[in-house]
Structure formats: C-alpha cells, structure tokens
Design a protein around this ligand. Structure first.
Ligand code: UDP
Length: 239
C-alpha cells in the first residue's frame, strides 16, 4: 500500500514563461504536455491539485503599459492571455485522461465556467483538476497573487511554484555558478532580502494565511510528485 500523501490539496503555479519551453513566445506543446504529465503523476499519489497559469508568454500588462497602452486595458489583455494558456493546459490534461475544469475570474460563459469558490472545491473533491484562469480578475495584480489568493480560498496545504531551477538561490544560478540554494526561508527573509520567489503581495497573502510556498524545478521529470513526497530538491518558504 502506498504511504499516505503528505498533502491533501495543493495549488500548482506555473508561469507562462515555463510553458514557453525554449521558444520566445507562446505555448510549447511538448512543455505543456510535460507539465500535464507531472500533474497526472501527482494526482495518482492521492493529492488534490488545482492550477494557476500565468500569461507572460503571451502578454504582460506592465510591458504594454510601458509602451503607452492604458495600464488597466493592458492588464485585461494579460488576463485574457492566461485564459488561452489555461485552455491549452486543459487540452493537454484531457488528452492524457485527466478530467479538468477551467474556472475564469472574468466570466466567459461560452468558453469556461465562471469562478465560484464552492464549485471549485466540489470539482476537486470529485478528483477533477481545477485550472484557475484570468488571475484575480483585477488589473494591477499578478498571477502570483492570484495563486496565493486561490490557495487561501481553497484551503490548500501548500503552493507549489514550478520554475526553471530547483529552488531559491542567493543569486541567479544561471549566471552565477557559485550561487547557493536555500533549503528553507521565512516569508520575512524573502521580503527583506527581496528574493525573487513571488511578488510581495503574493508573499504577504501566503504569510497571512499560513500557506507554505515550495519552489521546485518543473524541468526534471517526476519533480512534482517527488516534492509532494517530501523528496528531491526544493526550497520551502514558511514562517
Ligand atoms: N494580470 C492582471 N491581474 C491578475 C493577474 C494577471 O492584471 O490578477 C495580468 C497582468 O497584466 C500580467 C498578465 O496578466 O502581466 C499575465 O500574468 P503574469 O505576468 O502574472 O504571468 P506570469 O509571469 O506568471 O507568466
């Protein structure tokens, strides 16, 4: 008999950039497929999974605003980009037999369900993967903050932040081979040292609601399931 899972329910945050693979823009189908396989493997360990997907691979509000577009409009465009990514992820998950529902913070009845908290909980209890789209539904926020918000609302045991590296380092490990990885950090460490884990509002919300943040690599196959078993390399951010 498999050991009882460490986590009952987790939220996985994947940035748009992680879904881009080696491309400069958009979705890399092989990368989306890889993440879907990771989610399937995690589900098979008995944990409930929900996802928040970013949109930076398609559109980022701040960048568009910097070149003259009205910020709120640019942010709505960014939120729509996350819906496209969520549909791409849904398709990849369903292709491997994982039932999913996309719930959008901006109602879009003909495309997906609107976000209703109780409905999201019910879907997860039934073993479906819920993909939260359109961020928080508000401009001036990020999908990191949306992830912290949904993880809090869904009473998740942890927020899994999948990145290109296996945790949080004291400097960029891609540029600096001597960079040191942290095993454990406090929310305050992240904020005071301005470590690039998630933006400050996401960190604060996670701290207020006691949601540990686990930063791990989505590049290594089986990484998510390993981290959910408490194995492998990752950085955990708690109190
Ligand atoms: N966005 C927003 N409100 C939210 C979430 C996202 O306005 O609650 C917009 C914002 O313009 C952002 C874009 O959607 O730049 C894409 O999200 P994000 O940059 O967080 O994606 P990621 O970096 O995770 O790929």
């Amino acid at each position: 008999k498999a050991p009882a899972p460490l986590y009952r329910r987790v939220l996985l945050k994947i940035s748009g950039e992680a879904l881009m693979g080696d491309q400069d823009f958009g979705l890399d189908p092989s990368m989306v497929g890889r993440v879907a396989a990771e989610v399937k493997e995690a589900l098979e360990t008995g944990v409930q999974v929900c996802l928040v997907i970013g949109g930076g691979n398609i559109f980022r509000g701040v960048s568009a605003a910097a070149s003259g577009m009205e910020r709120t409009t640019a942010d709505y465009m960014g939120m729509l980009a996350t819906v496209m990514n969520a549909l791409g992820m849904q398709s990849a998950l369903e292709a491997i037999g994982v039932p999913t529902r996309v719930l959008s913070a901006i109602p879009m009845q003909t495309v997906c369900e609107p976000y209703i908290r109780r409905r999201a909980v019910r879907h997860m209890e039934k073993g479906r993967v819920v993909i939260f789209a359109a961020g928080t539904g508000n401009p001036f926020f990020t999908t990191d903050t949306a992830a912290a918000l949904r993880a809090s609302e869904m009473d998740c045991d942890a927020m899994m932040k999948g990145t290109k590296v296996d945790g949080v380092y004291d400097s960029d490990p891609v540029k600096n081979p001597a960079a040191v990885r942290f095993e454990k950090l406090s929310y305050m460490d992240v904020l005071s040292r301005d470590l690039k884990v998630m933006d400050a509002s996401a960190i604060t919300l996670s701290r207020d609601n006691d949601i540990p943040i686990i930063v791990f690599s989505v590049q290594e196959p089986g990484g998510l399931a390993r981290v959910l078993r408490g194995e492998g390399r990752y950085t955990i951010v708690t109190d």
